[in-house]
Design a protein around this ligand. Structure first.
Ligand SMILES: NC(=O)c1ccc[n+]([C@@H]2O[C@H](COP(=O)([O-])OP(=O)(O)OC[C@H]3O[C@@H](n4cnc5c(N)ncnc54)[C@H](OP(=O)(O)O)[C@@H]3O)[C@@H](O)[C@H]2O)c1
Length: 340
């Protein structure tokens, strides 16, 4: 890569969002940026594979501000993402939270907020920086007037955004915020089991068991692998100060099931009752219950009460994303669809 190009530093390089940004820019020929990916573990297979594709690997930890200073050196642009769920699922963090007399939810919210502050403070010191893109979520607690206080995976990120605006106004003039939509890839993960239809082979029918209003609430879907990099590039090309919902299509789960049934050549049936939302973890169930309540009542991005977040079509920069149907067509559904 030419050293004359500006440098894009990508946090979460080995993960889904950061990985999408890197693989998107690696696919451009030529890439407008030199690429540096940040990880805690430069010897992981993911980091080694990125290095062999031409990404400079920097080792840093969001909990260690001086490591971030080193990782951001010379950056023209930074993409930031933090992971609430890693500490939420970590038994050692649950032990720490219990010792402090805190719930795991508030502990991880505070941890993600602190990590975001560390990232923002380090970014604010980079005198070569022209653009900061932060993957965040809205303040569901505030937007709902305290009705949904347990959406901790949103709140720590939103508090970080509010901190950046007030503590670092100069950095915020160079900042755009991305609200990643609901990953289509979740269909293939543990939470997807709640929303996936089952296949009734005798009736050749996909059956979705989910009650209204959840079943008919529009969700902003995105493919984290395919879309996040495209959207970050669009945010980098346009002027700063944008707030963008990372969505390729808004569909309710009934509508997405209809699309899936068409793709698979099946009939479709809806059962208007909810499956069990029990996951064997009351803390997770509390976060999920509030998150689903917030989505139904206020919209995934609070869009029912706050119209400040743009959709990709309104950015003023052309963006081409694939539809949900196109994503569905490429997946191996036989591996996940439960037969009833
Ligand atoms: N699932 C959804 O539908 C959805 C939708 C919108 C937003 N989100 C949000 O997306 C976030 C997760 O992003 P993702 O899906 O890209 O996660 P991911 O695939 O699990 O990747 C997380 C990345 O963060 C890095 N990381 C984690 N802790 C770190 C630390 N202390 N210091 C340095 N690097 C660290 C990891 O790098 P190393 O392990 O290599 O160090 C990894 O590359 C969550 O906060 C979630 O709330 C999810």
């Amino acid at each position: 890569m030419s050293s004359a190009k500006p440098l894009l530093v990508v946090l979460g390089a080995t993960g889904k969002q950061g990985g999408s940004v890197l693989s998107y820019f690696l696919s451009l020929s030529p890439s407008p940026y030199n690429l540096r990916g940040v990880t805690r573990n430069p010897t992981s297979p993911e980091a080694i594979s990125l290095a062999s594709a031409g990404v400079e690997i920097a080792t840093a930890n969001f909990d260690d501000p001086s490591s971030l200073d080193a990782a951001f050196k010379g950056a023209s642009a930074i993409f930031s993402v933090t992971n609430f769920w890693e500490s939420f699922a970590d038994p050692s963090q649950r032990k720490k939270a219990a010792e402090l007399g805190q719930s795991i939810g508030t502990f991880c919210r505070d941890k993600e907020f602190q990590q975001t502050k560390n990232i923002i403070d380090a970014a604010a010191k980079v005198n070569t920086l022209q653009r900061f893109i932060i993957s965040s979520m809205v303040n569901s607690n505030k937007l709902s007037g305290g009705k949904y206080p347990h959406v901790y995976d949103y709140e720590g990120k939103a508090l970080g955004d509010e901190y950046g605006q007030s503590a670092h106004p100069t950095l915020w003039e160079k900042t755009s915020v991305l609200y990643a939509g609901l990953y289509l890839e979740n269909y293939f993960g543990p939470t997807g089991a709640l929303f996936r239809p089952k296949l009734n082979q005798a009736k050749d029918t996909l059956v979705l068991t989910l009650a209204e209003p959840l079943a008919t609430t529009p969700f902003p879907f995105c493919s984290v692998a395919n879309d996040i990099g495209v959207l970050v590039h669009a945010l980098l090309r346009g002027p700063p100060g944008k707030r963008l919902l990372g969505v390729n299509e808004c569909l309710s789960l009934r509508d997405s099931t209809k699309v899936l049934a068409e793709v698979l050549g099946k009939k479709v049936e809806f059962v208007d009752s909810n499956p069990s939302f029990e996951l064997g973890d009351p803390d997770l169930e509390q976060v999920n219950a509030d998150m689903l309540g917030f989505w139904v009542e206020f919209g995934y991005d609070g869009g029912n009460v706050d119209g400040n977040i743009l959709r990709p079509g309104n950015m003023g920069v052309p963006v081409q994303l694939k539809t949900v149907r196109e994503w569905f067509e490429k997946q191996d559904w036989a591996s996940v669809l439960e037969v009833e």
